[in-house]
Write a protein that binds this ligand. Structure first.
Ligand code: CTP
Ligand code: CA
Length: 230
């Protein structure tokens, strides 16, 4: 480990981390979901606990053991994740939104399993937009001096480069730090490694070279600690 990575510099702090990918049910057995493994969020929770924080980990649909010394709250949908994160964020020193909440949910959930029609007609899924948790907790802070961190996986598109899109997202969300993954070269999902740029609302941009998700977690906490009130 690098120098300082296990210093108890989060002692006496309460932090919240979200992890995993939410599921939005169509019927009792089917859902819309995504490929988030939860590995980065779990690494963040473990790193914070190792640095002395009291940690609440809101975990959506992960296949990972609960980390020792961390309070884990399991959820499935974005609505549940929103409620648990907002509750845990009340009075917290820092919140890191590493989860991948589904942006949309079916407007209705069928009580019974959806069946194929005899005439071969296919159902249409109507979607409604989910609450934006990061936007909500950043723009309605329970404490003005809390530090709020978002994540963004970007490919870049016709409207902007990865960094341009990320800067706009940081401003829109209203968080203090945005951890940006360039996923244009292929998926990082489930990989033990991660490479990122951390953008700060004050304009700083920190390159974090490829390394373990645990190493990136400690760099993220370094930048959170630097912004916490003394
Ligand atoms: N996020 C959130 N609530 C949502 C969607 C996203 O809190 N309903 C958080 C994620 O946890 C992440 C950050 O917002 O920390 C950025 O997620 P991303 O999916 O990149 O943002 P979106 O606003 O959904 O933008 P996009 O249209 O690019 O998906
Ligand atoms: Ca999204």
């Amino acid at each position: 480990l690098a120098r300082g990575t296990t210093a108890p510099d989060l002692g006496g702090r309460r932090v919240v981390v979200s992890a995993g990918g939410t599921r939005e049910y169509l019927d009792p057995v089917r859902f819309l979901g995504n490929r988030s493994s939860g590995l980065q969020g779990y690494a963040l929770a473990r790193a914070a606990a190792a640095r002395g924080a009291e940690v609440v980990l809101v975990a959506a649909n992960v296949a990972l053991p609960d980390p020792a010394g961390v309070k884990v709250v399991h959820v499935e949908t974005t609505a549940q994740l929103r409620d648990e994160v907002v509750t845990a964020a009340g009075g917290a020193d820092a919140v890191v939104m590493a989860a991948a909440p589904a942006d949309f949910r079916p407007t209705s959930v069928s009580d019974a399993k959806i069946k194929k029609a005899d005439d071969g007609s296919v159902p249409t899924i109507e979607l409604a937009q989910n609450p934006d948790v990061l936007h909500e907790i950043s723009h309605h802070r329970s404490r003005p001096d809390s530090v709020i961190v978002g994540f963004a996986a970007e490919t870049g598109d016709a409207t902007g480069s990865v960094l341009e899109l990320a800067k706009a997202k940081l401003a829109r969300k209203g968080c203090d730090l945005l951890v940006v993954n360039d996923v244009s070269g292929g998926a990082v999902f489930g990989s033990p490694d991660n490479e990122a740029v951390i953008l700060a609302a004050d304009g700083a941009a920190i390159d974090v070279p490829s390394g373990s998700k645990g190493a990136l977690a400690h760099v993220i906490w370094d930048h959170v600690v630097a912004r916490l009130p003394t």
